[in-house]
Design a protein around this ligand. Structure first.
Ligand code: GLN
Length: 309
């Protein structure tokens, strides 16, 4: 039996001299203020044991990791019908790229690039006022994490609303192809708030545990999705969860994962554990630099890669 706490401690110790590497996202002014010298890692095993190291209990902006939770809600609402609105192929392009949208007539490549996530949010908004859709997402995340203290950082949402020109371009472009049912300002209002959900590594690992455990949270007993749906969400994270860095992440880490520009990465070792790491400094493609290194070390030391040990 691997001593997981010892593995986490050794990773933290070895990475300590490198904490602060990478560049914090500065295109969202509120995120530019974050101190890069932070590192947290949390592992929750399917039997409910929690292992933490570093700043695992400091809340951070989950940003694009929220796309996993919104996707889960959208699939719950419309099921496989979702795939009329968004594809399931890796994009090979940056998270905020617009080029493929024109080539593919307003249908984004996958639900994890910004355009795809905006379309997914539009689907969840059906029949709701924007405020209700934000409330639904927040309630869902709190329910998954079994923690009512999860909040939305309004300053981050406001900051992105004021500077999210690229997301406005993507949304307007999709609306012109009739792939958005709601006004652009409403959809982005919800999208910016979902990205501004603030969670600790521990809360995030707990919230995502259902994806490691065939769709049910073994600690709360909550059944969230079917085993088949959990498997499929994991497949999408593996192929698309790190944008144009997805191949590299699969090569080095070998786990389904989803990154966010807040410096968080959520990863799943199916049947074993749910993992969240946070270190705000990003690499060139906008994924946490040390977060990916830590996950590579964790996968190597535990043999958890889905491609074999
Ligand atoms: N809110 C960010 C954006 O839309 C999310 C991007 C990310 O985390 N990669 O630009």
């Amino acid at each position: 039996m691997t001593d997981l706490q010892a593995v986490l401690d050794s990773i933290h110790k070895e990475l300590a001299p490198r904490i602060g590497e990478g560049k914090v996202a500065d295109y969202i002014p509120e995120l530019a203020k974050i101190d890069a010298n932070q590192f947290g890692l949390s592992v929750v095993t399917v039997d409910g044991k929690v292992y933490n190291v570093g700043h695992a209990e400091v809340p951070f902006s989950i940003q694009s990791i929220s796309k996993v939770f919104m996707l889960t809600l959208a699939l719950g609402k419309v099921g496989e019908g979702l795939w009329k609105r968004v594809g399931r192929e890796p994009s090979g392009s940056a998270f905020n790229s617009i080029v493929q949208l024109e080539q593919e007539q307003g249908i984004p490549r996958n639900p994890f690039i910004n355009a795809g996530a905006i379309a997914v949010t539009d689907v969840v908004m059906a029949g709701h006022a924007p405020r209700e859709a934000i409330g639904e997402l927040l309630r869902f995340v709190r329910y998954l994490a079994d923690d009512e203290s999860v909040t939305i950082d309004d300053r981050v949402a406001k900051s992105e609303t004021q500077t999210g020109y690229r997301n406005f371009a993507l949304a307007n472009f999709m609306r012109s192809y009739r792939n958005l049912d709601h006004p652009v300002e409403h959809v982005l209002g919800v999208y910016f708030h979902q990205c501004a959900v603030s969670m600790t590594c521990e809360q995030l690992a707990k919230a995502g545990l259902f994806l490691a455990a065939r769709g049910s949270n073994p600690t709360t007993g909550h059944s969230v999705v079917s085993p088949k749906r959990a498997r499929r969400i994991n497949a999408l994270m593996l192929t698309c969860g790190h944008y144009d860095g997805s191949g590299d992440f699969a090569y080095h880490v070998g786990l389904p994962g989803k990154s966010g520009v807040g410096g968080g990465i959520f990863a799943v070792a199916p049947g074993i554990a749910s993992i969240a790491v946070w270190s705000p400094g990003l690499n060139k493609v906008g994924n946490s630099q040390l977060g990916a290194v830590a996950l590579e070390m964790l996968a190597a030391r535990t043999g958890w890669s889905v491609f074999g040990d």
